[in-house]
Ligand binder design. Structure first.
Ligand SMILES: Cc1cc2nc3c(=O)[nH]c(=O)nc-3n(C[C@H](O)[C@H](O)[C@H](O)COP(=O)(O)OP(=O)(O)OC[C@H]3O[C@@H](n4cnc5c(N)ncnc54)[C@H](O)[C@@H]3O)c2cc1C
Length: 288
């Protein structure tokens, strides 16, 4: 995660140095954008990178960073020109190795779901990195990040399709095994209709996700379509998992059955990589 920034905007030296170890599974990366007071309004970040000679000196705090405590390096969104006239031209993306002096990391515990995924809080205190750690152009960090989200949102949408499909598969199996009033739950048309609705929404989420991903692959990125697929697939996952748990009855509520994990894992899809409201902002802006 975060490495796409280098794929899109890194120079050849950065790509050669940082990407192969990721692909080999030797190193882990992260994308550090969100701050305690700047999430949806990502241009509101305050982490400051001040140029001093051949280095940037970075100070600030990052919040909710996936791979935050396990990453070897991260791409951090920092303010490099606080006086730029437009607030979207104040930021830059900068590579920061996690073992640099002044980087402190702590694990965020107590997450509702995706507990196998590390989430951390990171603070930078007079962290010095060479200026060649700048990714892309100074002052273009916000725009580069929007391009990043325009591709990674399809990946989160795919997560939504997978979680929803998994929950449906488990439920189809369960309702055939579970007997109520002396017969399998599955023979009730009321149950079958619910499964049909779940399957239909999943198919729609899958189709729009494939379409968006195909456009990304073709280099014809469609921000609105990417926002649609992420918002729709995330919401579908939450909706389907709720139905799936309900159809499992009391057994769905205990951790012996996987469906409660699907339910807990689904919710984040409506929040990270831009909450679904942020995606609706992207979609609606293009309607006018
Ligand atoms: C497990 C986890 C992993 C994460 N991983 C990363 C990561 O790797 N890197 C990273 O940088 N960030 C990461 N995040 C942060 C995530 O992207 C943010 O939480 C998200 O963007 C929302 O920001 P916020 O929490 O500050 O909510 P806020 O911006 O405070 O928003 C609160 C709510 O209000 C809504 N809202 C905000 N503005 C508007 C508006 N104008 N109109 C209507 N509704 C609005 C939002 O949609 C949201 O529902 C992660 C978060 C979690 C929980």
């Amino acid at each position: 995660f975060g490495s796409e920034n280098l794929v899109f905007y890194g120079n050849e030296d950065q790509k050669q140095e940082y990407l192969p170890p990721l692909v080999l599974g030797e190193k882990i990366s992260a994308g550090a954008y969100t701050e305690p007071d700047a999430g949806t309004d990502v241009a509101g970040v305050r982490t400051r990178a001040v140029r001093q000679g051949d280095e940037y000196v970075i100070n600030g705090n990052k919040m909710f960073i996936t791979n935050g405590t396990t990453c070897d390096w991260m791409v951090a969104l920092c303010v490099t020109d606080p006086d730029a006239e437009k607030r979207h031209q104040r930021q830059s993306l900068i590579i920061v190795e996690a073992d640099r002096k002044g980087v402190t990391r702590s694990k965020i515990t107590g997450k509702m779901g995706i507990r196998a995924s590390d989430t951390g809080e990171i603070s930078f205190e007079d962290v010095r990195v060479p200026v060649d750690h700048l990714v892309g152009e100074e002052g273009r960090g916000f725009y580069q990040l929007m391009h990043f989200f325009d591709t990674t949102r399809t990946m989160v949408a795919a997560q939504g399709v997978g979680v929803a499909q998994g929950a449906l598969d488990k439920t189809v199996q369960y309702v055939q095994e579970r007997k109520v009033f002396g017969k399998p739950l599955a023979v009730n048309q009321g149950i079958q209709f619910q499964l049909a609705e779940m399957a239909t929404r999943i198919e729609l989420a899958r189709t729009i996700t494939y379409k968006a991903a195909w456009k990304v692959d073709q280099g014809r990125i469609d921000p609105s379509l990417n926002a649609m697929c992420k918002y729709y697939a995330g919401e579908t996952a939450v909706w389907v998992c709720d139905k799936a748990l309900q159809l499992h009855g009391g057994y769905g509520y205990i951790d012996e059955y996987d469906v409660q994990r699907f339910y807990r894992d689904a919710k984040i899809l409506e929040i990270y990589e831009g909450a679904k409201e942020a995606e609706k902002i992207t979609i609606s802006r293009r309607l006018f």
